[in-house]
Design a protein around this ligand. Sequence first.
Ligand SMILES: Nc1nc2c(ncn2[C@@H]2O[C@H](COP(=O)(O)OP(=O)(O)O)[C@@H](O)[C@H]2O)c(=O)[nH]1
Ligand SMILES: [Mg+2]
Length: 467
Amino acid sequence: MRHLPGDTIAAISTALGPGAVALVRLSGEGAIRIADSVFSGARLLADCPTHTVHHGRVVDGDGREVDEVLATVMQAPHTYTTEHMIEFGCHGGAVPARRVLAVCLEAGARQARRGEFTERAYLGGRLDLIQAEAVADIVAAETPRGLEMALGQLEGGLSGPISELRTTLLLLRTETEAAIDFPEDVDAGVAYRALAPLAQAARDQVELLLENCAVGAAVRDGVSVALVGKPNVGKSSLMNALLMRDRSIVTTAPGTTRDAIEESLHVDGIPMRLVDTAGWRETADEVERAGVERARAAARGAVLSLLVVDSSAPPDDEDAAVAAALDPETTVVVANKVDLGRGARAPDLTGLFKREGACGGAAIPPLVRVSALTGEGLKELRSVLADASLGPAHSGSALVSNLRHADALRSVGECMHRVEALLAERAPLELVGAELADATAALGEITGETSPEEILRHIFDRFCVGK
Ligand SMILES: Nc1nc2c(ncn2[C@@H]2O[C@H](COP(=O)(O)OP(=O)(O)O)[C@@H](O)[C@H]2O)c(=O)[nH]1
Ligand SMILES: [Mg+2]
């Protein structure tokens, strides 16, 4: 069990700089007492009901007014940190808030470290570690989708499945211990047969969560998308159309784009890095050849490839050569220049993709018909891109976006693999018990039950001061 420290912390909780109001926050056993020693209002804050707001002045040790404020009184335990809290709403701008903070520190509060308010919410048992980390993600969210994911995690969307997994693991451990105490069951193989389905259930639960790791990472950190294709099909035009500005040079001469050009944008709430590349072709030009090499590397390094083809002409060997180098599972085909009319028929792409799909048979990537010139089809392309970056595992709130969580889940998954193998070969149950203990510990790191102090400090260091 973790404990709240007894001291009182204070910090400016709003961004410094010009603004209408700034908040100075106090939390701890002495928060209300310290606030009263610097606050002059109609009555003592200690005598005010909880969750009420009071007008007054903050004064320094010599009785000089520092700022006119609104003081919000929040008594433990129903506060963000679970401790007594005071918030002084000061005039905006850096100076009033800094001076109010200074008198609070003089009166006995301590300057809060980064994330210390949220750390106290965790220590006070109001948030588990997943939820505390979600708070940092909410503050850092760049897109509505990222915010939605972090809010889902704060509301327990990930804590729920994790605690279900924990229950399964505990059950498995209890059953294993019980079987060790009844060796006759072990000898008869009864114990192994009883444990196997439980172990499988635990592994299924881990795998479901792991599938969502990639999606969570995409929403949080973004995906890289390479625009590839033979020269002159409109890759650079498409890049500019998606960015809605002229970033890449467009000409009628093939071989214009020679270097990989990278730009960031948001597509349906997902951050993406778009890389425009040189058209793939055999060429004697040394610079262009280097560009084509970079294009291949970009496609290999990208999460998704957009294979651009010219829909006004049937696909040829050059298109096929590009397609053959791509993985159909992570490719979207864009049939560009539909405004030219002749491309009314979607190009026949069967046969373009040589590699087999994951389920056997040739996988055919999604195809979108667009015109980079007129903008036709771009809306659909955006939504296909968003779907393709999220992948089939996309399932709402139980998204694992945090690398630390993903690592811990992977360790749990590896333990469960070994547990299943041990059960299958009827190895001594003590070995199974040891693996299960490791799995439980790894899982505990996610929620903070078994996180060492330095990991906790590292996590809360990601926050800003005052959060
Ligand atoms: N009609 C039409 N022309 C296009 C379209 N997209 C690109 N182009 C033209 O095709 C040529 C090559 O375009 P560019 O973007 O440089 O192709 P890249 O070599 O694949 O990067 C330029 O003359 C563009 O104006 C389109 O959707 N419709
Ligand atoms: Mg180009």
